[in-house]
Write a protein that binds this ligand. Structure first.
Ligand code: ADP
Length: 162
């Protein structure tokens, strides 16, 4: 039997992509043959960066990770995953605060499509507290964000705030 490629989807807003996201992407890429990063348009979150800007940032940051592609999506996550031929959805889990939301979403997604599993990964302990929302807040108040994002992303944020 021909071996079937295992495809995973890692969805998120990535506003902007952080070192936490990148760590999850590197770990996730080892688990699948192909990892599709889904960048959601999600206008309800009122992102700092447009979806085109977020796509470009994510593409640039993962350029050195083999087997990874970046795709924009504006649909139900399970429909997107199905369209991409994925059998698993990757999510990063930080502290208890993430748990309730992620638990509920995974549970409902399971009801929508039981053929696709949600898999939770933990980032390196030093990167776990990082959240895009706080990165933006720190930057708005003039704080240094270079411990949380790559130099290129820090420059993108600084440019946006100018
Ligand atoms: P969403 O809007 O879907 O929450 P995010 O871009 O905020 O999108 O996050 C995408 C995924 O990455 C989520 O599963 C989130 O929990 C995870 N994530 C974000 N930051 C970290 C981190 N520092 N460590 C582990 N997982 C993280």
């Amino acid at each position: 039997m021909a071996s079937k490629q295992r495809i995973g989807v890692y969805p998120g807003t990535f506003d902007p992509i952080t070192l936490g996201h990148l760590d999850i992407i590197r770990r996730g890429a080892h688990l699948v043959d192909r990892l599709v990063i889904g960048v959601t348009t999600n206008p309800s979150k009122e992102p700092m960066f447009t979806v085109a800007e977020r796509m470009e940032m994510v593409r640039r940051e993962v350029a050195d990770v083999p087997g990874v592609s970046v795709v924009e999506f504006d649909s139900l996550l399970m429909d997107f995953a199905e369209r991409e031929g994925a059998t698993l959805i990757l999510r990063g889990l930080r502290a208890v605060a993430d748990f309730e939301y992620e638990y509920q979403m995974a549970g409902m997604n399971q009801q929508l499509n039981d053929r696709i599993e949600t898999v939770f990964l933990m980032a390196d302990v030093s990167l776990q507290p990082i959240a895009s929302r706080l990165v933006k807040e720190i930057a708005r108040y003039g704080g240094a964000i270079n411990k949380f994002v790559t130099p290129a992303v820090a420059a993108d944020v600084a440019k946006k705030l100018k």
